[in-house]
Design a binder for this molecule. Structure first.
Ligand code: 26Y
Length: 816
């Protein structure tokens, strides 16, 4: 075996054509002349796959032999995006493949469009997981990404009369060439039942779990290629199967429905991604999903990945389990169960091993988003795990009592078991107790995590807490998404920046070069052109070519404040229709929104409706024609992000300070030369520090100011009374102007803003308008704007997920 990764020699166009035709004829079973676009797409994908296969096998063999410490990244979500383009890039096959397709009379662009992206995640957290596995492969770090192969990913969003309608995302229906099922590697996962106490040979009392139902977990493997480095890591996603596909005896007796019922029931577990990224709903199925994938994954690592004779006392030398938020935290009692019940360890030794294997990443600050599971449900579904959690908690609370004698209030505050409003397990606390490290995802977030979310824990174990600022992969979000910018960068500073993103700094001096600025502007213009062509075909949108492109894309959430952006649009429009502002004094702008609302999140859906209603009215009004347009293409996803972000001039990152843990879209925009208008929140703080105050449009309250205002009693209606522009803006919204005179339909959003405004959009409104005026002023001078944008690109190398992975390696995975 070779000791390091082997980079394969470049293939030829002839060889590629031959391999492609072989896949088409002998894999897909069709002649080129008879083949559909889907046939061709599948054959092309399988051809690319073949070029990765030797590296995949070699990486696997090398990993088995080297027995290095491996990161098991446990994540309920992976928002991968399309694979074909990424894998062509990773193998450096894009030019060869393009030419090969041309010679075969095929337009490769049509094949790329054929791929349905695996949308196995909701938003930031899922996309982060995908960026991290990309970086780990590129850095040749042993990692297995574990997750769930949802049969239906995040819903497909459509608009019917301006309202969101969700359609199922059947991403597998035309076949998925990127996955490799391994039925021979299925594992059994148990649920329910009860526990019994027995005495073992040594006279020690042991608990035994007698479950009452099982499902099978079937692994599907996906390639995770590093960037042109001969490394291909593995993503292993689990699909649920019934243990006995169906009961033949029942079937033969004629009860066909009953015969398939158990099958349907079991397979529900991996049926659909929960399109929720806000408050946890006590959904039994979600707990089943969590335990299902975690149990499969630990079993896979311990029983199939480690050598058969491995001494599990040394497990922490071989395994680090990174918990992507609390969704996989049930892995902690599961590892204890494996060690104590199955492998016969005594409790203390098992606990010592377990504590050294886990690390926990928190992705939120909203208290309502911290997951809890009712003791009742957990006890029914996983009775043995509940016992284990109780014991972990008992011993932990003893430790607290020892550290803070007589402080029973603190003991109650810190207990993993909450008593109110119902007895439940606080998963973040469990993760903090068991994890060797706990990290937030941006500096501000990590600080607030210590001070506000887990203050008692950070007091007890200050050394546990650390920060790793998020990052994004430059492969997908610069090289793949923005070929034009990438070519300009490479022409200017040479190659190498894609895997060493700090080198973008070398662009700094070129910000002063008029020729470079012009080339940079041309890149933006070309990207806009490409985007608008797409939006015409995809959404029937016709957008002006010259206007500033102002983009707000992210999940729809009140704390992210899409309504603040909407108020800005309405105020611009109101200015013109009321005659306060001459239309020619408006800086031409096109505002693009992209956002999905959780299906059960009522207010978010009302906000979507209102944005669409405002867009319809504004776009149809000749008084602002060519000056103000609003577009809301449906179904924002990774594929659309790759087109939108490179075209954007202005990036909207306007959450209420202290609410957005990090944000990662903000990083993608900065790296693609958009300027940010943003609050002092999440990673915006670090972006601004790096790109410089002069190259960032900061506005709004700071987190302490938010706290102070809340403490004083925040009355949004007073702001409405006092500020004439705000009043005119809200009045126009409330008047029904955008909804055919219907005041009723706008009331939910308007009343909420006036009487609650939990995220203080009205409080930040004047500062936001003032910052937008600064944006207009800067945009008026193309050289000023380009200079600022180039400096954003040059100074954002820090936000590569390669850097995040180095930080995890240093601060979490090796430091223990
Ligand atoms: C428990 C269930 C309801 C749930 C499902 C998904 C809860 C949360 C989530 C997803 C959260 C999420 O995407 N958080 C985002 O993580 C990003 C990556 O760290 C951050 O950049 C972003 O600020 C944060 O909102």
């Amino acid at each position: 075996l070779a000791s390091g990764p082997v980079v394969q020699p470049a293939p030829t166009v002839d060889g590629f054509v031959e391999a492609f035709l072989a896949e088409l004829n002998y894999g897909q079973g069709v002649l080129l002349s008879q083949s559909t676009v889907n046939d061709q797409y599948l054959a092309l994908a399988r051809t690319v796959r073949r070029y990765l296969m030797a590296d995949w096998l070699e990486t696997g063999a090398r990993r088995r032999q080297a027995q290095q410490k491996t990161v098991a990244y446990l994540s309920a979500e992976y928002l991968l995006g399309r694979q074909l383009g990424n894998n062509l890039l990773a193998t450096n096959l894009q030019d060869v493949a393009e030419e090969a397709m041309r010679r075969s009379g095929i337009d490769i662009a049509a094949l790329r469009s054929q791929e349905v992206e695996p949308g196995l995640g909701n938003g930031g957290l899922g996309r982060l997981a995908a960026c991290f596995v990309d970086s780990l492969a590129t850095m040749d770090v042993p990692c297995i990404g574990y997750g769930i192969r949802y049969e239906y990913g995040i819903f497909r969003q459509t608009f019917v009369e301006d309202r969101q309608v969700e359609l199922p995302d059947s991403w597998l229906s035309l076949g998925s060439p990127w996955e490799f099922p391994h039925p021979e590697r299925q594992v059994i996962v148990s649920f329910g039942g009860h526990t019994e106490t027995t005495t073992d040979d040594a006279g020690v009392e042991r608990s035994r779990w007698i479950p009452d139902w099982n499902v099978l977990g079937m692994p599907y493997h996906y390639m995770v290629p590093g960037f042109r480095n001969g490394v291909v890591n593995t993503l292993r996603l689990w699909s649920a199967r019934a243990t006995h596909a169906f009961d033949l005896q029942i079937f033969n007796s004629g009860d066909y429905a009953q015969a398939v019922r158990s099958q349907t029931f079991a397979e529900n577990i991996s049926k659909v991604l929960y399109p929720e990224d806000s408050t946890p709903q006590g959904k039994e199925l979600r707990l089943q999903q969590q335990y299902f994938f975690v149990a499969c994954s630990l079993h896979d690592f311990i029983d199939n990945t480690l050598p058969a004779d491995y001494d599990l006392r040394r497990l922490p030398e071989r395994l680090v389990v990174q918990l992507n938020d609390t969704h996989p935290v049930i892995a902690i009692p599961e590892l204890m169960r494996i060690l104590v019940d199955r492998k016969g360890f005594d409790w203390d030794e098992a606990w010592d091993i377990t504590k050294r294997c886990f690390a926990y990443t928190c992705h939120t600050l909203l208290p309502e988003a911290l997951e809890v599971w009712s003791v009742d449900l957990l006890g029914r579904l996983l009775p043995r795990h509940l016992e284990i959690i109780y014991r972990i908690n008992e011993e932990f609370l003893d430790e607290v009592r020892e550290a803070f004698p007589g402080d029973e209030m603190r003991v109650r505050r810190m207990s993993v078991i909450a008593e109110h409003p119902e007895r439940s397990v606080r998963m973040a606390y469990l993760a903090t107790v068991a994890g060797a490290k706990v990290n937030g995802v941006a500096e501000l977030h990590s600080q607030l995590l210590r001070d506000k979310v887990l203050p008692d824990f950070s007091q007890l174990w200050p050394e546990k807490f650390t920060n790793v600022t998020n990052g994004v992969t430059p492969r997908r979000f610069v090289l793949l998404a923005n070929r034009r910018l990438s070519d300009l960068v490479t022409d200017t500073i040479g190659e190498g920046w894609v895997t060493d993103l700090d080198r973008l700094r070398e662009l700094e001096p070129h910000a002063e070069d008029p020729e470079f600025r012009a080339a940079f502007r041309q890149v933006k213009a070309d990207n806009k052109e490409r985007l608008y062509k797409l939006l015409r075909v995809r959404d029937g949108l016709d957008l002006p070519r010259e206007a500033m492109l102002d983009v707000m894309v992210k999940r729809l959430h009140e704390y992210k404040r899409q309504t603040l952006k909407l108020l800005h649009i309405v105020s611009l429009y109101e200015g013109v229709v009321s005659g306060r502002v001459a239309p020619e004094d408006l800086t031409p702008r096109t505002v693009v929104f992209g956002a999905k609302a959780a299906p059960g999140y009522h207010m978010a859906k009302e906000i979507i409706f209102l944005i669409n209603a405002v867009a319809d009215t504004v776009n149809a009004d000749p008084r602002v024609a060519g000056r103000l347009s609003v577009a809301f293409p449906a179904n924002y996803n990774v594929t659309l992000a790759e087109k939108l972000i490179p075209a954007a001039d202005l990036s909207e990152q306007i959450s209420l300070a202290g609410k957005e843990a990090s944000g990662t879209g903000n990083m993608k925009f900065a790296l693609n030369g958009a300027l940010t208008i943003g609050t002092d929140d999440g990673a915006n703080v670090e972006i601004r520090r790096l790109v410089g105050d002069d190259n960032f449009f900061l506005f709004g309250m700071t987190e302490p100011e938010v706290e102070t205002l809340r403490g004083e009693g925040y009355v949004p209606a007073d702001l409405y009374e006092q500020d004439p522009v705000l009043r005119a803006t809200i009045d126009l919204l409330a008047s029904g102007h955008f909804t055919g005179g219907d005041r009723q339909v706008v009331a939910p959003v308007v009343d909420n803003l006036l009487h609650q405004d939990a995220f203080m959009a009205l409080a930040d409104f004047p500062a936001y308008l003032e910052a937008q005026a600064r944006v207009d002023a800067a945009y008026a001078d193309p050289d000023t704007w380009s200079r600022m944008a180039i400096l954003n690109v040059a100074r954002s190398g820090f936000f590569s997920s390669d850097r995040s992975m180095r930080d995890y390696l240093e601060r979490i995975w090796t430091a223990r």
